[in-house]
Ligand binder design. Structure first.
Ligand code: URA
Length: 328
């Protein structure tokens, strides 16, 4: 179906809900370039002021997810649930580095596609790049192989995934439209859902070390993401965690990798960091049905650390992606 972009922008500008077909047309226009930068910017501004219903957010998220490659793990016969965690980002948040191997050691497959830092918050991809030789942009074949053989692979986003988000985000960045909960929801979820997950756990940060800041806005974002992801067919739950202090004892790429290694090997586990890591691991195990209740899930995650299984998986992942064999 064909529409005039300016008619759809006007409809949203005037506070009306767009249909799924109209949103699909806009996403196609963003992806192919048939909508000009100024039209995409005007659309983002209209959404910024008028918001979007949950149905509109689901249509936008699914359209952006499907604008590029969507991974399908079925041909891999993983024999494990595919689960991931996404954090909205915070200073010193190195949780992903420990969480992926812990949850993999408990029987899940964790194909974790991480991002770069946003504003003053750090990004997992930036941290991983401080490991000499680590290939954070492997071929899709190597990514699948490492996920299957090791249980987890933490890599960076490829430009083949959710290209509509790449263009829309770039335009939001220069049109003062980043801070829109519907647009943030679709942006985060389009990339995460393109990874073909069976379940997702969100760590939505609040406080001065996060990009959202205020608790009520973070809660609103968490509710939006959980509603939209579930509506898009991916069972999702969220925790709200406090970023008014650095998480753990370090903030900075290489020093955070060292802290993650110390954590996995048991040399040093800062209590707040440990609490957040175990809480998220437990939610991932519950979401992927690898544990029946919270206490079983927490015990499994603790056991994966105590036995050294999580540390071993992290070491194997690093080697499989080109990093040093003697990292620990
Ligand atoms: N992270 C994203 O990926 N997109 C946003 O819009 C905000 C945070």
């Amino acid at each position: 179906m064909s529409f005039l972009p300016q008619e759809l922008i006007r409809k949203k500008r005037d506070g009306n809900a767009l249909t799924a077909e109209e949103i699909a047309f806009i996403v196609q226009g963003i992806t192919t370039g048939s909508m000009a930068d100024e039209q995409v910017g005007a659309f983002a501004m209209a959404v910024f002021f008028q918001g979007m219903s949950m149905d509109e957010r689901i249509a936008l998220t699914c359209g952006m997810r499907d604008s590029g490659t969507v991974l399908d793990w079925k041909p891999q016969n993983l024999g494990r649930p595919v689960v991931d965690k996404h954090s909205t980002g915070g200073v010193g948040d190195k949780v992903s580095l420990m969480l992926a191997p812990i949850v993999a050691a408990c029987g899940a497959a964790v194909p974790m596609i991480s991002g770069r830092g946003l504003g003053h918050t750090g990004g997992t991809l930036d941290k991983l790049e401080s490991i000499p030789g680590y290939n954070a942009v492997p071929s899709p074949e190597l990514f699948a192989k490492v996920t299957k053989q090791v249980g987890c692979a933490i890599i960076g986003q490829t430009s083949a995934m959710a290209p509509a988000d790449k263009r829309l985000y770039g335009i939001r960045d220069v049109t003062a439209t980043v801070e829109s909960i519907p647009l943030i929801t679709a942006s985060i979820l389009s990339k995460k859902l393109a990874a073909g997950l069976d379940a997702l756990v969100m760590d939505v940060k609040f406080g001065s070390g996060s990009f959202m800041g205020a608790l009520d806005r973070s809660r609103e974002l968490a509710q939006s993401i959980v509603t939209v992801a579930n509506g898009a067919g991916c069972p999702t739950r969220a925790l709200l965690t406090d970023m008014n202090e650095v998480l753990g004892t370090t903030a900075g790429n290489a020093v955070e990798v060292v802290e993650a290694l110390d954590y996995l090997s048991g040399t040093r586990r800062e209590p707040r960091l440990h609490a957040v890591t175990i809480a998220l691991a437990a939610e991932m195990l519950l979401a992927s049905k690898l544990a029946g209740d919270l206490s079983e899930a927490e015990a499994k995650a603790e056991a994966a650390l105590a036995s050294g299984a999580a540390a071993e998986i992290f070491a194997r992942m690093v080697v499989a992606l080109g990093g040093p064999a003697d990292l620990f």
